[in-house]
Design a protein around this ligand. Structure first.
Ligand code: UD1
Length: 333
């Protein structure tokens, strides 16, 4: 089987390419390094001892996509490529709608021309907005709070319409909860430039003395200790979910959405204390105001993915904290 991976050098994409190669799947990656580093290509090869085809191209470049589909016989696509910074999407919504929607539409058109109609799409738990009850099930009402989330929601609707127009399509929509951690080799992980927006990258930079103090955004939420609760999932577990989704779409047609989470919610303070304990480091923090738009708690009912895909997250919060710290120490600047 040959799989085209868009955004295959990004955080989740790179871990997924490793899993694909380790499962003897032929991989073609397209990425333009907008939010990733060139060295990731060699690092994937180093971890797996396997080669893959790489194109430095933009998914918005339709001619480039066409040429790739003409040159190779592609069985399925995993589509990660897209912008993902929530704050930036609020400031520059058109950049997000232009890039995330346009690239996906082009990709779907070229896939259709090439008679390749099997797709795994990278969505997010952000499409559930502020859920009324927990845990979150796939059939909960969808709503979004920022343009980034709206692009994910819109693409989900586009995919459903496309499948409705031609029942040969087979599409798995994967709704990720909060991916963290890194490859146990220390060669792949998440290392955003500048000041991170998300909790775990921020904790990693404080642990590594790149930043002084973590701001804990509010301790008056309706949760066990007042700080926000989220469903953190190890990026390697998440990557494995894509292989299970590929198996599923190989055997079926239609479109369906699956939550990829652990089903367990941890608070910000639990995250800090687990990270400290596992790695023997101190994380300085202070309680500050809430971050606008944040919700109390968000965690998955992950039973549908287990039933339908035969997938379940296996790694613990300790594994996530250990691998995240290993990565940042190993890649000290
Ligand atoms: C964020 C995105 C969401 C995306 C998800 C993917 C925002 C507003 N939302 O979700 O769209 O799908 O990542 O991983 O960015 N926190 C702190 N201090 C910090 C950073 C975070 O206390 O410096 C707290 C937050 O208030 C929250 C928890 O940590 O309670 C997790 O925050 P974060 O890692 O940013 O993820 P989400 O907000 O869940």
């Amino acid at each position: 089987m040959t799989v085209l991976v868009t955004g295959g050098t990004g955080y989740i994409g790179s871990h997924t390419v490793v899993e694909l190669l380790e499962n003897k799947i032929k991989v073609i990656v397209i990425d333009n390094f907008t939010n990733s580093k060139r060295e990731v290509v060699d690092r994937i090869k180093k971890i797996t001892g396997k080669d893959f085809i790489f194109y430095e191209k933009d998914v918005c470049d339709k001619e480039a996509l066409r040429k790739i589909f003409q040159k190779h016989s592609i069985d399925a696509v995993i589509h990660f490529a897209g912008y993902k910074a929530v704050g930036e999407s609020v400031k520059d919504p058109l950049k997000y709608y232009q890039n995330n929607l346009f690239s996906t539409i082009q990709l779907l058109q070229v896939m259709d021309e090439a008679d390749c109609r099997k797709l795994v799409f990278s969505s997010s738990a952000t499409v559930y907005g502020n859920p009324k009850t927990l845990p979150i099930k796939e059939d909960f009402p969808l709503s979004t709070t920022n343009p980034y989330g709206t692009t994910k929601w819109m693409i989900e609707q586009i995919l459903r319409d496309v499948e409705r127009s031609n029942s040969n399509w087979s599409i798995a929509i994967l709704r990720y909860f909060n991916p963290i951690g890194a490859h146990p080799s220390g060669l792949l992980g998440e290392d955003p430039n500048g000041i991170p927006n998300n909790l775990m990258p921020y904790i990693m930079k404080v642990a590594n003395h790149e930043l002084g103090t973590l701001n804990v955004f509010g301790n008056d939420y309706n949760t066990k200790d007042g700080t926000g609760v989220r469903d953190y999932i190890h990026v390697v577990d998440l990557a494995k979910g894509h292989l299970k989704a590929l198996d599923k779409i190989a055997k079926t047609t239609g479109v369906d959405a699956y939550n990829l989470g652990t089903g367990i919610g941890y608070s910000v303070l639990e995250m800090i204390h687990t990270f400290e304990k596992v790695n023997g480091v101190k994380i300085n923090y202070r309680i500050t105001d809430r971050r606008p738009g944040d919700i109390d708690a968000c965690y998955a009912d992950a039973s549908y993915a287990e039933k339908e895909l035969g997938w379940k997250a296996e790694k613990s919060l300790e594994d996530m904290c250990r691998d995240a710290y290993h990565y940042i120490v190993q890649n000290k600047k």
